[in-house]
Design a binder for this molecule. Structure first.
Ligand code: FA5
Length: 340
């Protein structure tokens, strides 16, 4: 058989196959057409291929090349028809009421909890004042929560009714009881035990007290502890840092005031109040680190002095955003949370 006849036969086959695949209206028609043209045993492409033996051996490479070309063309036409029927089936199953031109429903995006946002902002402000973040465990021993902080055994702050002591089952004999930390001052001790002076850290995190729940008290709340130890540190440094912090967080119109107070781990000790929008509000406690605390961690109180403070994060965040009931932070009502 001359090569030109073989090529003509292949071209005709391609034309017919393309027309047949294009004309298919459903999957079974497509399958019939596939068997007719591409069937492995008696498909027309296969039969035409068998006729290649009749082609002059010198022309066979050219014939083979043409055969491969036509084969790909027919296969591509089959794929195209198959895809066309797939997407037609999708459209058919669509709800007839569905209007693809309507705007979509925008999913509501969540965001960080206001307390988490506040922690990030406080970390940023204090970072600019040179304080780095230190961390400590929420389950503490009595040494870090009390003893090293100069809180003696008979101090009322150690009363089991004022703390969340943990059941001690499984602890080996000789270990003291464990409790949920009642203040972030524990981290002061952990940091000073780890490193020599100077120290300039903040610790932000959860603390736990079995306080009666009301607008301003919750059994789990957050504190920001600050500790600065170096040579020649005074109360003036403490007040400057707290003033800078307060004006960065609340704005320059804020004033701070110290009221004399008592904490076993600072001497002298003060309560820190902030005046903003015509109200004084107690934010936390502060003072100069007691020499006995410095001694407990192996520092020399003759060489270094320092200040510490502990502020309630819910109070700060609440004051800034006008949140008067601390319980709102825990209801997890998205109508409240999405405002921040
Ligand atoms: C302390 O916890 C001291 N550790 C603070 C301190 C640190 C003093 C370093 C000196 C040096 P106080 O118990 O006053 O202090 O608590 C500090 C702040 O935590 C309070 O002013 C208040 O803002 C907040 N706070 C206390 N109890 C609760 C509570 N139940 N719910 C919410 N916030 C509270």
């Amino acid at each position: 058989m001359p090569l030109s006849d073989f090529i003509t036969a292949l071209d005709e086959l391609a034309t017919q196959a393309l027309a047949a695949f294009q004309a298919t209206a459903d999957k079974s028609a497509l399958e019939t057409a596939r068997v007719e043209f591409l069937g492995a045993k008696n498909g027309r492409l296969k039969l035409t291929q068998q006729r290649m033996t009749a082609v002059d051996p010198a022309d066979r490479p050219a014939a083979g090349q043409k055969l491969n070309q036509v084969k790909s063309t027919i296969q591509a036409a089959f794929e195209a028809a198959s895809q066309r029927l797939e997407s037609a089936a999708l459209v058919q199953h669509r709800d007839p009421q569905f209007d693809p031109t309507l705007p979509g429903i925008v999913p509501k995006r969540g965001h960080l909890h206001p307390i988490t946002q506040t922690i990030a902002e406080l970390t940023d402000i204090m970072g600019r004042l040179g304080f780095t973040v230190a961390d400590g465990p929420e389950i503490e021993d009595e040494w870090h929560n009390f003893d090293a902080l100069n809180i003696p055994l008979d101090h009322p702050a150690r009363d089991p009714l004022d703390n969340f002591y943990l059941a001690t089952a499984g602890r080996t004999a000789g270990d003291g009881p464990l409790l949920l930390r009642s203040q972030t001052s524990t981290v002061q001790i952990r940091v000073m035990e780890r490193q020599p002076p100077p120290v300039r850290i903040i610790a932000l995190g959860r603390v736990y007290r079995p306080d009666q729940v009301d607008e301003t008290h919750y059994p789990m709340f957050h504190q920001m502890e600050g500790l600065l130890i170096d040579q020649g540190i005074t109360m003036a440094d403490l007040k400057s840092v707290l003033r800078l912090f307060a004006s960065s967080y609340l704005g320059t119109a804020v004033h701070i005031r110290f009221r004399p107070s008592f904490f076993p781990f600072t001497e002298p000790s003060v309560e820190v109040d902030m005046h903003w929008q015509d109200r004084w509000i107690e934010m936390g406690g502060a003072g100069m680190v007691d020499p006995r605390v410095l001694e407990a961690v192996g520092y020399d109180p003759e060489q270094v002095t320092g200040f510490a403070f502990g502020l309630g994060i819910e109070r700060l965040c609440g004051r800034r955003h006008g949140i008067t009931d601390i319980r709102n932070f825990h209801y997890n009502d998205v109508r409240f949370l999405h405002q921040f």
